[in-house]
Design a protein around this ligand. Sequence first.
Ligand code: SME
Length: 160
Amino acid sequence: MADKAKIFAGLLPELEATLRGGATRDGKLQRVCDLLKAEVPYFDWVGFYITDPEKPDDLVLGPYNGAPTEHVRISVGTGICGRAAQTRRMFVIQDVSKETNYLACNPDVKAEIVLPILVGGGVWGELDIDSHTPSPFSSDDGEFLGKVCSLVAEMVRNEG
Ligand code: SME
């Protein structure tokens, strides 16, 4: 997708202003989901999963934009989200039909990217994006979304 770099460059200052702004944490995360879903044509579901402070082996669905999902709580190790939390690394799945450890939300989803958000050496949460387009992600997506996750981590750290 030729315009990717342009879209990402245009979005970053607004995302930065949002995450460094004065709204509530959930308000800011919701705005990030809304912006990403609205501005990137192949981002069809954008959401945050947040580690449950009471039960750190679970990720709980936070703000999102897209079709409702039954996966409101995911165990570390399960699905793509659970594996990204377990390994603390980004997962880029260009074809979800080839995955065996996968939690399907919706039959239209063809690809998924999940990035852990690391704070204080632990997984604070994750940014999860589903696409209805097959093989839509390139290194540009990973790089851009990594910056978004760093901004979220900065916000969390600044909350103390
Ligand atoms: N597909 C994810 C579950 C979350 S939904 O995409 C919203 C997974 O396998 O972990």
